[in-house]
Design a protein around this ligand. Sequence first.
Ligand SMILES: [Zn+2]
Length: 143
Amino acid sequence: MPKPVPLPDAVTKPFWDAANERRLVAQFCLGCNRYQHPPQEKCAKCDGGDLEFRQLSGRGTIYSWQIMHDTRVRLMQEYQPMVIAVVESEESPDVWLLTNLPGSEQGQFDIGDPVEVEFEEVAPGTFIPQFRLAGGPNDQESK
Ligand SMILES: [Zn+2]
């Protein structure tokens, strides 16, 4: 059974278009020099409309996580129990992204652990950002 695919609207479309090109972007307000996510029509802080999308490094840390046992999203039920983690991007504490931490089991990660973006193809040509633990056994050398 397929995972749910994103349904972009006019405001979030640039984010999903970038994801389909395997790029992670976030909205940036030129009025007050801050990122905001998810994308909105105006800046939540200064109400300005001078917003652009900027590419992120894809690196971040786990801000919080939980194990989902009882999602009401029927398409997701066969993946339960599953991890739902909030990732804080390294660019800004205002940019939080959700992930299932693919490849990681409960007990293998904790709050503050570094993660890196990867893109999961949920339908042909449609990608969603996911995050994978960084600094695994094969990664230690590069630190
Ligand atoms: Zn602003």
